[in-house]
Design a protein around this ligand. Structure first.
Ligand SMILES: Nc1nc2c(ncn2[C@@H]2O[C@H](COP(=O)(O)OP(=O)(O)OP(=O)(O)O)[C@@H](O)[C@H]2O)c(=O)[nH]1
Ligand SMILES: [Mg+2]
Length: 359
């Protein structure tokens, strides 16, 4: 191990084992800005390699963040706002605790800012997280940081959150505006990009810290192949597709998901999913056959599902008359307006849950 760290992902650099985190070609060591081989390949060739170390991220946060620092929880406004939030109560010990919600740009056409903020406030309250303020990122990055700097002049800024929430992207945007001479960090569309907490010295007395994301094992992001994730372009476009369905109808989304409407009155469902996906309406009685026969037409599909019988079933019952979302973490959500019984078929071991509707 060397006493140097990768300026892209924070891994401690080493020249001994090419298969492990932080490996760097010895020839690159005399560069001013050193990237490990993994970051180099990601940056120049778009090739992603999962990190090899496993660790407890929350413990890592406690070891690296002091109580006087400003702790910023970075959170995707939508799909990954999951029950995992209630496991983050340990972060309440930090008195300067804030939340910045990312990816609002993907939902802008469907969701007003006030509504998004109300949704975040409610979810954060339900999860019993004691954040002092919630910021929705929407062309207001400078205003957010000015506010934080006014509230906590010269305090260190530490960014934490789930994998893929957009921590590093946010930091890079901040650095580009205020510290254009500092090299940018490695960000990517794959979860688990940042490997170690690392400090970026802004002034002699002040730093900013990026951290590895907290892993969400039951997210689609961690279940499908990286090549498929790349094609899904979940950070680019989310499309809302409405269907009026009677019971005994179903919607198939590539080979990732089947939504079956089993019981209830005719109603409109809105499917929020990658615009790269194909949605097909079929009759419930034909769903297995339709699923299998459509499979060959998709260029975007996971190799994990070869036929309908490879899917796992999740039963959903909605009794209340208020608008709800069925969320398939890291992949899609379905807005339901009326009570009913449904089945979701998708990959095994995914987080499929119902929440009050975001939109
Ligand atoms: N559309 C959109 N995409 C975003 C936003 N923030 C981040 N992304 C994208 O989300 C993906 C993940 O971003 P990262 O910054 O690497 O996420 P991270 O939280 O650092 O992830 P880890 O290092 O894995 O913990 C990238 O493809 C980003 O371009 C945002 O506000 N809007
Ligand atoms: Mg990161």
């Amino acid at each position: 191990m060397l006493d140097k760290y990768c300026s892209g992902c924070g891994a401690r650099l080493q020249i001994d084992d090419e298969t492990k985190d932080g490996y760097v070609d010895p020839k690159a060591l005399n560069r001013d800005v050193i990237l490990c081989k993994r970051c180099f390949q990601l940056k120049h060739y778009g090739k992603f390699k999962t990190g090899t170390e496993t660790y407890s991220t929350i413990k890592m946060i406690h070891e690296n963040v002091s109580l006087n620092d400003v702790l910023i929880l970075v959170c995707d406004v939508s799909l990954t706002l999951t029950p995992i939030l209630s496991h983050l109560q340990e972060l309440n010990r930090y008195k300067n605790f804030y939340l910045i919600a990312t990816r609002y740009d993907l939902y802008k056409d469907y969701l007003k800012e006030e509504k998004a903020l109300d949704f975040l406030v409610k979810n954060i309250k339900d999860a019993n997280l004691k954040v002092s303020k919630i910021y929705l990122l929407n062309n207001n990055l400078e205003a957010i940081f000015e506010d934080l700097n006014n509230l906590h002049k010269d305090a260190n800024l530490c960014f934490v959150g789930l994998e893929n929430a957009g921590k590093t992207t946010l930091i890079n945007r901040y650095l580009s505006i205020y510290y254009p001479n500092i090299p940018l960090l490695t960000k990517s569309l794959y979860p688990g990009t940042t490997l170690q907490p690392f400090k970026i010295q802004l002034t002699d007395t002040r730093y900013l810290m990026d951290t590895p994301g907290i892993k969400s094992n039951h997210s689609m992001l961690n279940k499908i192949e990286t090549s498929v994730l790349k094609k899904l372009q979940l950070d680019k476009k989310i499309t809302a597709t409405s269907y009026q369905l009677f019971k005994n109808q179903a919607i198939i989304i590539n080979n990732f998901l089947v939504f079956e409407y089993l019981e209830g009155v005719k109603q409109t469902f809105v499917f929020y999913s990658s615009s790269m996906c194909d949605l097909n309406r079929v009759k419930l009685e034909n769903v297995n056959k339709s699923f299998d026969s459509l499979l060959k037409d998709y260029t975007l599909k996971t190799n994990k599902i070869k036929s309908f019988k490879d899917l796992t079933c999740y039963d959903i019952i909605i009794n209340k008359k208020t608008k709800k979302d069925i969320v398939i973490e890291g992949f899609a959500s379905i807005t339901v307006t009326k009570p009913g019984k449904f089945k979701i078929y998708t990959l095994k071991d995914l987080n499929v849950f119902v929440r009050d509707s975001m939109i």
